[in-house]
Ligand binder design. Structure first.
Ligand SMILES: *Cc1c(COP(=O)(O)O)cnc(C)c1O
Length: 398
């Protein structure tokens, strides 16, 4: 997945445009910048590539999630449904606004189970936020229908699936809002950055103002701008946007390389009857950033993960035992360990996590290995890797 593997001349050229005149800020300084507007240009390219009316670049993917929620008016005491398998950013971004993350079970797609989502809806629910983990996506039609019948906002976190599509549309462009991360380990990177995607004029205007102190961005004198509402600073710099611009132009090339490598590994594993693959919803096309598969049980999966490590098959994740992406190891969340006092609503709203178990998620995450697909592998390296993986799995299965 990581675009940083192929950082090169195109990225350096875009960066040099910015260094030539030294305007590192995305707004203002019109006379000094020799016509270089890297953030604006990257937003236009994102809109084009991801088939969405508006893209608002921001400082990170985590910020993008908070801004998307704020833009839709979600805040204190509101409930947002998210999956048990996601990155910690999901609940961080929700809690930053004083809203309550409601974690629900995933299914064999490794994303939100629509049936579990339905059961979790309460009068306080405002949004459903599927997270398209590891290059594939949630069942968006099912979730859209639930949102429609309960009048909820659908926010897609497509940080890990840029380049994937669902029924012909890029993920991130399908819900009311989409969130993208451009951090250093994503398929396209700008070092640190993110974007909010939407077709909704109002949400876009909110995201644009909110991410820059509430500035209305009318006219070309920042000092004279008004502030229709309060905001924060989540701006991206021109340096970051410049790198992202070069990388976005290579997205299709990156996806094609990943698919080639993914196909080799998948073909090799498909001859082992005990191995099954993650379900991709009908009409979904992955970004091929990961190959995710299931083994028969938790014990076997732990042994295979250990064998992979021993044999040098790197970047294969058993999320069940990993602190970043699965509820099981999020003790700091369950204990609500914060530097500052939390609101009564959040404390009460999250008390459920203390004794809640997620047997269905454990069933899938316990048996799942997700292997990162790299861009820099040679054909021989992929072949050797496939052979090693097959040997390790067969060795454990006996
Ligand atoms: C990376 C990631 C984010 C957050 O992105 P940052 O840019 O690192 O803040 C959010 N959600 C998911 C699923 C991610 O993988």
């Amino acid at each position: 997945m990581p675009g940083f593997e192929l950082f090169g001349d195109a990225e350096r050229r875009e960066l040099n445009d910015v260094l030539d005149n030294g305007v590192l800020m995305r707004y203002g300084f019109d006379g000094m910048r020799n016509g270089h507007w890297k953030a604006k240009e990257l937003e236009a390219c994102l809109q084009d590539e991801l088939q969405v009316k508006h893209a608002q670049l921001v400082s990170s993917g985590t910020a993008a999630v908070s801004i998307a929620l704020a833009s839709a008016g979600i805040g204190a005491g509101d409930e947002v449904i998210i999956p048990t398998f996601t990155f910690v950013a999901s609940f961080e971004a929700i809690m930053m606004l004083g809203a309550i993350p409601v974690l629900v079970e995933i299914d064999d797609t490794l994303t939100l189970d629509p049936q579990a989502v339905k059961k979790a809806i309460t009068p306080k629910t405002k949004a459903i936020m599927p997270v398209h983990m590891c290059g594939s996506m949630a069942n968006l039609d099912a979730l859209l229908e639930i949102c429609k019948s309960h009048n909820l906002v659908l926010i897609e976190d497509s940080s890990q699936a840029t380049g994937a599509s669902y029924k012909g549309k890029p993920v991130g462009s399908i819900g009311d809002l989409g969130c993208l991360s451009l951090d250093y380990v994503k398929i396209i990177t700008c070092g640190e950055g993110g974007a909010v995607l939407t077709n909704n004029e109002n949400y876009y205007r909110n995201a644009d103002h909110y991410s820059d102190h509430g500035h209305d961005h009318v006219g070309n004198d920042r000092g004279a701008e008004t502030h229709p509402f309060l905001g924060y600073n989540f701006r991206i710099s021109e340096l970051h946007a410049a790198v992202g611009l070069a990388q976005l132009k290579r997205l299709k090339e990156f996806v094609a390389i990943q698919k080639k490598n993914y196909d080799v590994l998948r073909e090799a594993l498909s001859h082992i009857p005990e191995v099954t693959f993650r379900t991709v919803p009908e009409g979904g096309e992955e970004s091929y950033s990961f190959l995710s598969f299931y083994l028969p049980d938790l014990g076997i999966t732990r042994k295979v993960a250990a064998a992979f490590k021993e044999e040098g098959v790197d970047a294969c994740f058993h999320y069940y035992d990993n602190g970043w992406h699965y509820i099981r190891e999020w003790q700091h969340l369950k204990d609500l360990k914060t530097l500052y006092p939390l609101s009564k609503e959040v404390k009460e709203g999250m008390a459920y996590l203390n004794d809640k178990s997620f047997p269905q998620s454990d069933h899938f995450i316990g048996r799942n290995l997700s292997c990162l697909i790299k861009l820099s592998w040679t054909e021989t390296e992929v072949q050797e890797r496939a052979a090693k993986m097959v040997n390790c799995i067969k060795g454990v299965l006996g």
